[in-house]
Design a protein around this ligand. Structure first.
Ligand code: HEC
Ligand code: HEC
Length: 214
């Protein structure tokens, strides 16, 4: 995983280097989590005012298909925002929304959403589907990158506290090569997965109890 940023486009690597360096100098700290908390969440909140119409107040995702941003890994959010701003991840619904935002703005927005109270799916567990999703996620090694509790790490996103419909749509997009990120690890993982397996995995992740919120 650690190598994935090295394979990112040149512009993205530059952003990463400058942000990480500036943040480290400002805070005098070394850990990734602390580095990403030095963004200004209050400034991020005001910059993100226009995002709430789709992503909800504080990123809590009330609308179908719109990903929850609340409590997502800030480093993942920052990278995705850069990818979308540069047109490397094409999200037609968001066309234009990131225009004019500089790297510091995106760090502040990522810091704000990263610290917001997590979204929780309404409890609606289907025991058979849940069990199937749990088995598949284990067998496919999802926790090796997304962590044992699926809370993510650095540029690997949190999967718990995410909407089930968005998880399923994202997994189909990786499988069908309609989405690739800073590396192609997800395309490789999902290659050959059938829709029924994707539905079970998305259900399991959305309904999984997750008390360990960072
Ligand atoms: C018109 C609706 C709309 C607006 C406004 C909007 N977004 Fe989005 N956003 C979307 C949709 C839809 C997706 C999911 C795209 C996909 O399916 O890959 C998305 C995806 C994202 C993602 C990726 C999340 C993930 O888990 O991969 C981030 C980060 C994000 N938006 C941040 C923002 C920010 C910050 C703003 C405001 C500056 C914003 N969005 C405004 C609709 C919107
Ligand atoms: C080799 C490491 C690795 C493995 C194994 C892996 N992932 Fe991922 N996953 C990633 C990375 C890195 C990203 C971010 C990629 C990007 O930039 O689009 C990601 C992104 C995702 C996303 C997008 C989330 C969002 O908010 O947009 C979902 C959903 C996901 N993974 C689910 C899974 C599932 C389910 C499995 C097991 C079937 C799995 N992953 C296995 C590394 C991995």
């Amino acid at each position: 995983m650690t190598g994935s940023v090295d394979r990112a486009p040149q512009s993205l690597r530059r952003v990463f280097a400058s942000v990480a360096l500036g943040a480290t100098l400002a805070a005098g700290v070394a850990s990734a989590q602390q580095v990403w908390r030095v963004g200004d969440p209050a400034r991020g909140a005001s910059l993100a005012a226009g995002c709430a119409g789709c992503h909800g107040e504080h990123g809590a995702a009330p609308l179908p298909g719109m990903p929850a941003l609340a409590s997502q890994q800030p480093e993942f959010l920052m990278l995705q925002l850069v990818l979308m701003r540069e047109g490397l991840r094409d999200v037609p619904a968001m066309a234009g929304t990131l225009k004019g935002l500089n790297d510091r703005d995106l760090v502040d927005i990522a810091t704000y959403y990263g610290a917001a109270r997590p979204f929780r799916s309404p409890p609606a567990r289907d025991p058979a589907l849940y069990a199937r999703g749990e088995t598949l996620s284990g067998a496919m090694g999802c926790n090796s990158c997304h962590m044992g509790d699926y809370s993510g790490q650095r540029q690997v996103p949190r999967l718990v506290n995410q909407r089930e419909d968005y998880l399923a749509a994202a997994l189909r997009a990786y499988r069908d090569d309609r989405r690739s990120g800073t590396d192609t690890s997800m395309n490789a993982v999902m290659y050959k997965a059938v829709d029924a397996d994707i539905a079970a995995i998305a259900h399991y992740l959305a309904q999984r109890p997750n008390d360990q919120i960072r």
